[in-house]
Each structure stands twice: as structure tokens, then as C-alpha cells.
Design a protein around this ligand. Structure first.
Ligand code: XMP
Length: 517
């Protein structure tokens, strides 16, 4: 995607914050196109895009760090649009423009109460005098650069400032996170009120733009598409189908790491209701033997990524004249796997990004690489993908392998599949399946003592993880009713032989991730 005359929008310079992509989300939710570029991109590239707003993201550095990300000050002189600087962005601006920044003795993290000093600030239009905000920073600004005025404080310290004549606005807190209750209003004040942007970024516009891109990239050749059974690859396949029709051949691999009955049912569904050409490949032996003896999560992910690619390349060769591989990679997969767009650090190698081998014969087409899950579901509705596929919980490409802690063994997969089926059945019976983001059991590598009938047992433990989320970037554990938890526990322990204890995971993301590995 790129800035075009229809999609003139906002450019975000990424200084390494884990929240940078949330800024992008908030902007897109407001119907406005935006792109993220690394902080050190050349000024010429920024200017050539003619942004109507520029955002400087937060970041983990202190302006005093030896390798602190820098901002080309001349950019501020030449860029002809309003600027919003967030957290590290604010400190950097203050430092560069002649203010004083002090390394703080303690990091401030979490909620803070903000006093809005300038209710007439265009950024704070419609806000009450006091708001709760989310903070995450080390340095603090103790004197402003010339020309700026204070617009908000917390604990008597400067928290927001602006220079109206230069159209520069800066905040110490994070308006992009959901915990900053008025954050959406602040971002929309910047977009609509200050940058005068109009909402025109919609699923329809993404689809038509992507179809054009895919046709240009593919030309006359053919592509294969790796289907996982989940929403993302289904939407990617539907997009490519609209662009090049039957020149796309879908490959659905039975990795041996899928859920019960999934291979047969999903394959039939894709062929029947989406009219896709699907080749089914049975490869569970290949995956399980490659995983034998491996218990490190990152190694497991990399092995699975490579095995997928080996299979796709074999299939491509068999079919002939295939140059491209379509994947349903999403933005969160990218941001958590690699530091593609700036210095955000790697969290885990999602199999279809960081888990890819370095040398691949097939070139990648990833039409959803800039999108979030809920945006992808909207695209799916627009593309008439059956609800049966669209409403499924996300299922990771590495499948059950990352839900068996430690080495993946055939017998354990059977156990986990059984528990998974029961959990899904119970949530559907209780009408709770659609109200949670994901629900799955995790098989732990420990045994515990129990008593069943009159016998002592020494069997494995299952952890059940059920989370709510809007995009998988942050998540909370679902407060399921106790009665439902009790039914899930009783059924799994009495029906799955080899399990005698069940625990419920009550951690949010962060600090945990959704999957255990
Ligand atoms: P984490 O565990 O990173 O997961 O909090 C966030 C979301 O991504 C899914 N996930 C993956 N999806 N390939 C995928 O296609 C992967 O390698 C992968 N790892 C995690 C996870 O299920 C959750 O929805």
C-alpha cells in the first residue's frame, strides 16, 4: 500500500514503541489511511509522500542514550503538516528544540491523572478538565522549548505542550491505548480538527487497492496460497481469487498439528462455499519427525515454518509456472516477529514471518500484512466469506505444537485434541464461543497426584486459556462463569484419559502472551 491521491493520510515515524501499531489502528478505525516508517527514513521520502499529518511515536530509549533514535531537525522546518509527538517523541522534540529533558529517577508506568490546563487546545477539544491516562516513560521534560505552552500536567509536571504557530502538539501519555479513556477523541481531534482529514479508508477501498496490486505483481504467472483453515488465509485467498481467479491454487496441509476433524471439514468448506481450487497434502509424518526431540519454542516455530515452505515449494514445482506464495500474514504477526519497521524488539517468531527460512524460491504475496484481525474480518464480510469461517477463533499456523509445552509427541496430540473439542463444545453450548477471542487447552509437561475412584493417579495437567481481545495485541483473561469452568474441568478430566488436573490461566497480555509458546 502506498499514499495515493485518494489515500493521502498520516505518516507515523516509529521510534520503537510496542504501541506504534496501535496508533495506526486508531487512525484506521477513524477511516483514515496511515503508514508507519522507521524513524531514520530519509526526509526526502517523507516529503515525497505529502503526509497531511505526522506522528512521532513513543519508544523505549532515553534521549541521553548513546544510540538514542534521532530526528532530523530540518524535517520539522520543511514538512508542511501538523505534528503530534507522543512520549519519547515529545522528549525528543523538547530536547532538539532547546527545551530541557531530565532522566527520571523512576520509570512511570500505568495510570496517571492528568489535568488539562488548556481546554482551548485544538488537541483537547471536548475533554473534561481531568482525565485518566496511560503512561510509560523514563525521561521527563523540565523546561519547554521556546514558543511552546503547557497544555496539560500531572503531579505538577509538564505532560503536554504545543506550539500553535508551528502546528506542533506533544503529549507524554499514550492516547493510542484503550486505557487512556479520552484517547480516541484526542487522536480524532488531531486527525479531523487539526489535520482536516476526511474519513475515506474503508474495507471496499482496501479490497480494490489490493486487487490492483496483486494483478500488477502476479502478471501472467500462477500462485499458490497456503491455507491454514483460519480467517486470515481464507481472506487472503478470497482477495487473490478476485484478482486472478483460478490461477491461484490453494494448498491445505495436514500437519498433524490441527484440531480434531479440521483437515477434512475445512477443505470441503473452502471448495464448496468459496469456489477455491484446493490441493490437500497429508504431511503429519514430516512435521512430527522434524519436531522429534525439540522442546525449545522458537526452534519448534522455525522448524514448522521451514517444513511448510518445503511443502509449498514441492507443490509449486509439481504444478509448474508458480512464482508466488500467498500468505495470510497480519500486522501483529509482523510486528511481533521481526523489527521490520523500526526498532520494536522481537517477541516470538510467528511461523509465517520470523519462522521462514532465509532462502526461498517463491516470492511472497501478503495482502493483509498491514492489517489487524478485526479489519480482516470486515474485509471477509465484504468478500462474502461464509460466517462459519469468519467467526472462527484464530488458530496459529504452528497449531497444537505450541500448545504442548516441550517436545511434541503423537500421543500428547491425541490428548490435547480431545480436550480442545470438549472446551469448544462447552463454550458453544453456553453461548460463549462468540464472546471470547480465543479458547484453548495447553498440555503442561508436569504430572500431579490425584485420586480417581479409590486409586491414586499420577497424570498430566491441562491449563485452559480463554481470552478476550479486539486484535490479539493485548488481551485479558475471560471471566467465565464458575459453573461453566466446572463443567469444562469435569468433562476434560473424566473424558480425556491421562489428565487428572485442570488449571485456569488468569494472566492478561501483557505481561503474558496469548499462546504459551
Ligand atoms: P501471542 O501468543 O503472540 O498471539 O500473544 C497473538 C495471536 O497470534 C496467534 N499466533 C499465531 N498465528 N502464526 C499464526 O498464524 C503463528 O506463528 C502464531 N503465533 C501466535 C495467537 O493464536 C493469537 O491469536
Amino acid at each position: 500500500m502506498s499514499f495515493t491521491d485518494q489515500h493521502r493520510g498520516v505518516l507515523i515515524l516509529d521510534f520503537g514503541s510496542q504501541y506504534t501499531q496501535l496508533i495506526a489502528r486508531r487512525i484506521r478505525e477513524s477511516g483514515i489511511y496511515c503508514e508507519i516508517l522507521p524513524y531514520n527514513v530519509l526526509s526526502d521520502e517523507i516529503l515525497s509522500k505529502k503526509p497531511q499529518g505526522l506522528i512521532l511515536s513513543g519508544g523505549p530509549s532515553s534521549v541521553y542514550d548513546a544510540n538514542a533514535p534521532q530526528l532530523a531537525t530540518e524535517l520539522l522546518e520543511v514538512v508542511d503538516c501538523p505534528i503530534l509527538a507522543i512520549c519519547y517523541g515529545l522528549q525528543l522534540l523538547a530536547y532538539k528544540l532547546g527545551g530541557e529533558v531530565r532522566p527520571s529517577s523512576k520509570r512511570e508506568y500505568g495510570y496517571a491523572r492528568l489535568n488539562v490546563e488548556a481546554l482551548d487546545s485544538p488537541l483537547f477539544v471536548g475533554l473534561p478538565k481531568e482525565i485518566d491516562v496511560w503512561m510509560s516513560h523514563g525521561d521527563e521534560v523540565i523546561s519547554m522549548p521556546p514558543g511552546f505552552r503547557i497544555t496539560a500536567v500531572n503531579n505538577k509536571m509538564l505532560n503536554a505542550m504545543e506550539d500553535l504557530s508551528k502546528r506542533i502538539y506533544a503529549v507524554q501519555f499514550h492516547p493510542e491505548v484503550a486505557h487512556t479513556i479520552w484517547g480516541k477523541q484526542i487522536i480524532q481531534n488531531f486527525l479531523y480538527g487539526i489535520c482536516h482529514l476526511e474519513s475515506n479508508w474503508s474495507p471496499r477501498s482496501i479490497i480494490s487497492e489490493q486487487i490492483g496490486n496483486i494483478q500488477n505483481t502476479v502478471g501472467d504467472s500462477s500462485v499458490i496460497c497456503g491455507l491454514s483453515g483460519g480467517v486470515d488465509s481464507a481472506v487472503a485467498a478470497a482477495l487473490v481469487h478476485q484478482a486472478i481467479g483460478k490461477r491461484q491454487i490453494c494448498v491445505f496441509v495436514d500437519t498433524g498439528l490441527l484440531r480434531e476433524g479440521e483437515f477434512e471439514q475445512t477443505r470441503a468448506l473452502f471448495e464448496r462455499s468459496m469456489n477455491l481450487k484446493v490441493i490437500g497434502v497429508r504431511a503429519s509424518d514430516k512435521f512430527l519427525s522434524a519436531l522429534a526431540g525439540v522442546d525449545d519454542p522458537e526452534k519448534k516455530r522455525k522448524i514448522i515454518g521451514k517444513t511448510f515452505i518445503d511443502i509449498f515449494e514441492e507443490e509449486a514445482q509439481r504444478i509448474g509456472s508458480v512464482e508466488f506464495l500467498v500468505q495470510g500474514t497480519l500486522y501483529p504477526d509482523v510486528i511481533e516477529s521481526v523489527s521490520v519497521r523500526g526498532p520494536s524488539s522481537v517477541i516470538k517468531s510467528h511461523h509465517n514471518v520470523g519462522g521462514l527460512p532465509e532462502r526461498m524460491r517463491l516470492k511472497l504475496i501478503e495482502p493483509l500484512r498491514e492489517l489487524f484481525k478485526d479489519e480482516v474480518r470486515k474485509l471477509g464480510h465484504e468478500l462474502d466469506i461464509p460466517a462459519e469461517i469468519l467467526n472462527r477463533h484464530p488458530f496459529p499456523g504452528p497449531g497444537l505444537a505450541i500448545r504442548i509445552i516441550g517436545e511434541v509427541k503423537y500421543e500428547d496430540l491425541k490428548l490435547l485434541r480431545n480436550a480442545d473439542r470438549i472446551l469448544e463444545e462447552e463454550l458453544k453450548l453456553a453461548n460463549l464461543y462468540q464472546s471470547v477471542w480465543q479458547a484453548f487447552p495447553v498440555l503442561l509437561p508436569i504430572s500431579s497426584v490425584g485420586v480417581m475412584g479409590d486409586y491414586r493417579t499420577y497424570e498430566r495437567v491441562i491449563a485452559v486459556r480463554v481470552v478476550t481481545s479486539t486484535d490479539g495485541m493485548t488481551a485479558d483473561w475471560a471471566r467465565l462463569p464458575y459453573d461453566i469452568l466446572a463443567r469444562i474441568s469435569t468433562r476434560i478430566i473424566s473424558e480425556v484419559c491421562g489428565i487428572n488436573r485442570l488449571v485456569y490461566d488468569i494472566t492478561s497480555k501483557p505481561p503474558s502472551t496469548i499462546e504459551w509458546e
